[in-house]
Design a protein around this ligand. Structure first.
Ligand code: GDP
Length: 424
């Protein structure tokens, strides 16, 4: 396969980072095509343990070119911190293996501030934002009120554009939220501290990708979050502000004409969800606590405890369809090993009827889970490296999920390390 997207099927945190880290060995280029510092991909390898928020997960592989595409929320502050962290652990970073699209819009300090101000205004109706400025950023992008990374290379033009934006943004900050105005001097300090550092990496990544494509190079498109958080197809309004689906990969990466040969959808063996909004299969009390502990379900970015529940077949089937997944990676199967019986949310009950259709977002809050139980295996499976080494009950669980969601499970992950994987 030449062009492959790796995407989340559910609410995010499915374990995409470890899958991209694994798959990058077969690719020449890895592109992040949407999102920003609001979610983290956890990667564990010979350099250590990392929570990558903006850097593509191919950054650890020698010879792989990593690209931040035009669709990402380019947060220079978080990106630079992440680059320093990765470089400090001995990972080589240079404009040869990291390229930033000159068409990526820059997430400004006021985006983060406005995110916090709006969540505070909403009080108990808040969206559960990670306050990384993502929603204000994408709003401005679609209003064409952002600075493109490439503008950093033209200082006189940049200054004039910044002045216009500052004047406009200060109206919102001061008159809507009653916050202090941002000064040009503050902005210049921020530009110097972060934007100057990332400048050498900015280039025409579209041209680079077109050339890579014509040379037959293999390109991996790395998504953030999951189908249910997609701006158009997710659980509106509890979605992110960008398109997390595979179909957006060509557009957000800088290669709009690319056709995807494969879409690897990542599904966790149970469900988790961060923040507010309906989560039909949610567990509470001791059962939730046990699963959260077993799966270490605490946010990579925020450290917040994640909401957890059994695998939601209805939502996962919908996610598979929306993503157009051609193959599934089922992660964290080992986490379920402590259970006598494995609960699954097999259907929903809505208006007294049992349904397999994923409801319209506004109806989700009324849906109830129909839970079934599958036999547990009650033994450590983290050492299994072949399908045959898995106990029969674990194989039956995987086969059941595969049949229900209508997509082949090609990878079963049984631990966070690079080699803790079974290829089917
Ligand atoms: P992402 O945003 O989709 O990459 O998800 P996360 O960064 O939240 O990754 C999920 C977490 O689970 C990370 O801490 C991974 O190291 C870990 N992880 C991934 N796959 C497995 C697995 O198969 N078993 C276990 N026990 N942990 C895993």
């Amino acid at each position: 396969m030449q062009n492959c997207a790796i995407v989340g099927i559910n609410w995010g945190d499915e374990g995409k980072g470890r899958m991209v880290d694994l798959l990058t060995r077969d690719f020449d280029v890895v592109v992040r095509y949407q999102g920003g510092g609001n979610a983290g991909h956890t990667v564990i390898n010979e350099y250590g343990k990392f929570a990558l928020h903006l850097l593509p997960s191919g950054i650890f592989r020698p010879g792989v070119v990593n690209i931040l595409g035009n669709g990402v929320a380019l947060d220079p502050e978080n990106l630079w911190k992440e680059m320093e962290e990765v470089a400090a652990k001995g990972v080589p970073l240079s404009p040869e293996n990291l390229k930033i699209s000159d068409r990526a819009s820059i997430l400004m300090p006021w985006h983060r501030e406005l995110d916090g101000l709006e969540e505070a205004r909403l009080k108990d109706k808040k969206f559960g934002s990670t306050k990384q400025g993502i929603a204000p950023f994408y709003s401005d992008k679609y209003q064409k009120k952002t600075i493109l990374a490439g503008e950093l290379l033209y200082p006189q033009h940049l200054k004039e554009h910044l002045q216009d934006l500052l004047e406009w943004k200060n109206l919102t900050l001061t008159q809507v939220y009653g916050a202090p105005a941002v000064t040009m001097a503050e902005l210049e300090g921020w530009l110097e501290a972060y934007c100057e550092k990332i400048k050498p990496y900015i280039c025409d990544t579209g041209a680079f990708l077109r050339q890579a494509q014509s040379q037959g190079k293999k390109i991996l498109f790395e998504a953030q979050l999951g189908a249910l958080r997609d701006l158009d197809y997710g659980i509106h309004p509890y979605t992110t502000s960008s398109n997390a689906i595979a179909a957006y990969a060509p557009v957000g990466s800088g290669l709009p004409s690319a056709k995807l040969d494969a879409v690897v959808g990542v599904v966790k063996a149970y469900s988790s969800c961060v923040g507010e909004g309906p989560f039909t299969c949610e567990l509470f009390g001791a059962e939730a606590e046990a699963l959260r502990e077993a799966g270490a379900e605490y946010g990579a970015k925020t450290g917040r405890p994640r909401r957890v529940g059994p695998l939601d077949i209805v939502a996962t089937r919908y996610g598979v369809q929306v993503q157009g997944a051609t193959c599934i990676a089922l992660t964290k199967l080992d986490v379920l090993s402590y259970m006598d019986e494995i609960p699954v949310c097999a259907h929903y009950r809505l208006d007294g009827e049992i349904t397999d259709a994923f409801p319209f977002p506004a109806r989700l809050a009324d849906a109830q889970p129909v839970v079934e139980y599958k036999p547990g295996w009650k033994c450590d499976i983290s050492g299994a490296r072949t399908w045959e080494e898995l106990p029969q009950a674990a194989r039956d669980y995987v086969t059941y999920v595969e049949e229900q969601i209508g997509c082949h499970i090609g990878y079963v992950s049984v631990g966070p390390e690079r080699d803790s994987i079974i290829l089917r």
